[in-house]
Write a protein that binds this ligand. Structure first.
Ligand code: ADP
Ligand code: MG
Length: 242
């Protein structure tokens, strides 16, 4: 089967920093891939290359059959890929509902009533329909992150990218966000998730990828990577985070 994400020998430089040093990765439709690794290992850069928030210097990325090689194609890919960041990045001056309807109306050209209907269904799904008319500052971090997920889902993405979505949250709010992600995974969404939440990985990940120094060091099912990694660098990293 053709992978929905194909990454082939991708290199990325920031000046003299060689952030990605030949990364290759295929993700199948419906697969949930979790990326772990130390700070600075290139996890965010790799994720950002997938929807071309970051340009890469060498290699090839093809998303759902579309190569990231022209402005037109990059725009096409971006409409298929949703992204959720560590910092929720909601528009502070817009209500929750407006946050979730804005891009639907502009990019998807949906009518106001259609966009509102979709937004309300998604707020129901992430468990906070009563917050539709609140502003981001009136919500907890966990609620804001659930709005950010709803906003991304409103665009009907084929792929969802999550970059440490629970790292900025107080501990008691982490699970409510992971539960939404877990549900999404069970519904068959293709997901690439940078996260060190082992519980989530064990429950949701088909594959865990360990990155260090801009390369993939090893990968495998969570049961193997967390309990029986073969590489010393993976063992060392896990001994620090587990
Ligand atoms: P991770 O997400 O695994 O912590 P990153 O992908 O953010 O790692 O960073 C990989 C490397 O690239 C690091 O050395 C980091 O300092 C560098 N880097 C990332 N973004 C930039 C940037 N915008 N400008 C310069 N260097 C960057
Ligand atoms: Mg990062």
């Amino acid at each position: 089967m053709e992978p929905i994400i194909h990454i082939e020998n991708v290199h990325k430089y920031f000046g003299r920093v060689h952030a990605l040093r030949g990364v290759s990765l295929d993700v199948q439709k419906g697969e949930v891939v979790v990326i772990i690794g130390p700070s600075g290992s290139g996890k965010s850069t790799l994720l950002r290359c997938i929807n071309r928030l970051e340009e890469f210097d060498k290699g090839r990325i093809v998303v759902d059959g579309i190569p990231l090689d022209s402005a037109e194609n990059i725009n096409a890919v971006r409409t298929e890929v949703g992204m959720v960041f560590q910092q929720f990045n909601l528009f502070p001056h817009l209500s929750v509902l407006e946050n979730i309807t804005l891009a639907q109306k502009i990019v998807r050209k949906r009518s106001d009533s259609e966009a509102v209907k979709i937004a309300m269904d998604l707020l129901e799904k992430v468990g906070i329909p009563e917050k539709a008319h609140a502003y981001p500052a009136q919500l907890s971090g966990g609620q804001q992150q659930r709005v950010a997920i709803a906003r991304a889902l409103a665009m009907n993405p084929k792929i969802m990218l999550f970059d440490e979505p629970t790292s900025a949250l107080d501990p008691e709010m982490i699970q409510e966000v992971l539960d939404v992600m877990l549900q999404l995974a069970r519904e068959g969404m293709t997901m690439v998730v940078v996260s060190h939440e082992m519980g989530f990985s064990r429950n949701a990940a088909d594959r865990v990828i360990f990155m260090d120094g801009g390369v993939i060091i090893e990968e495998g099912p969570p049961s193997v990577i967390f309990s029986n990694p073969t590489q010393e660098r993976t063992k060392l990293f896990l001994s620090k985070v587990l």
